[in-house]
Write a protein that binds this ligand. Structure first.
Ligand SMILES: [Zn+2]
Length: 244
């Protein structure tokens, strides 16, 4: 059963810290205090300093799922190179069952009123399989994202219960954000998670909220200020790095 609606509400905005093309260019220096990111929202995704893990922000709790298998609780004084968060107050929910990743995306695309807005998603569910990747901590000087993700660890968990959080964004924001779906997973025990590549969902609930406002916070660290970002056509690299 679906209930609610997906009209963006005044005063609600996606808050994004840095942008995906900056990651593609290898700008992994933690530019934002984790405390500032946590203050901007209760749900979201991101990555760790030097690409050290996949960030999950859920119910105001922030963790990094690292490639060494550790789920690390992020301290206020840690710094993050990229995050996308919202103060999540879902206006729509629907029960789903027996869908794989592609079918899930098609289902959400049919439910939303437009593909040209931002939607935050929270999916609490049981999964028969969940495949995630975790980026591996990079050493300076940083290589670009397309090279860095060749190191990534991929893991498939079977019969896992947990929560996917993230976004569906407009295609035209590719490069600033991620086109289509960008979801991170954390199991209910808080022991397994990462950037979602594939899954088979058994049954669960999808909650969503729509946004027509997007706020971008640019980094102010020297590595960003001095970077040359004027000759980027990163679409193919983002698609390969994000697994879509
Ligand atoms: Zn991700």
């Amino acid at each position: 059963m679906a209930s609610g609606d997906l009209r963006p509400r005044p005063g609600k905005a996606v808050q994004q810290f840095s942008f995906v093309d900056a990651l593609v260019a290898g700008l992994y220096e933690g530019a934002f205090a984790a405390s500032d990111v946590a203050e901007a929202g209760t749900l979201g995704v991101g990555c760790g300093d030097a690409l050290d893990g996949e960030l999950v922000l859920m119910d105001g709790r922030m963790v990094l799922c690292r490639a060494d298998g550790v789920v690390h609780s992020v301290g206020d004084d840690e710094r993050l190179p990229f995050a996308e968060v919202v103060a999540f107050e879902p206006t729509f929910s629907v029960d789903v069952s027996d869908v794989g990743e592609r079918a899930f995306e098609r289902l959400v695309e049919r439910l939303v009123p437009s593909n040209n807005l931002f939607y935050a998603l929270r999916v609490d569910a049981a999964f028969s399989t969940m495949t995630v990747r975790e980026a591996v901590r990079q050493e300076a000087p940083f290589r670009g994202l397309a090279e860095a993700v060749k190191d990534q660890r991929e893991t498939t968990a079977r019969d896992t219960v947990g929560t996917m959080v993230g976004f569906k964004g407009p295609d035209v924001f590719q490069g600033l954000s991620v086109a289509d779906f960008h979801l991170h997973y954390l199991d209910s025990a808080g022991r397994f998670g990462g950037h979602v590549l594939d899954f088979e969902l058994v049954s669960g609930t999808v909650e969503m909220e729509a946004y027509s406002t997007f706020t971008l916070h640019l980094p102010e660290v020297e590595s960003y200020l001095a970077a040359e970002l004027d000759d980027m056509s990163a679409d193919a690299e983002i698609r390969s790095a994000e697994g879509s």
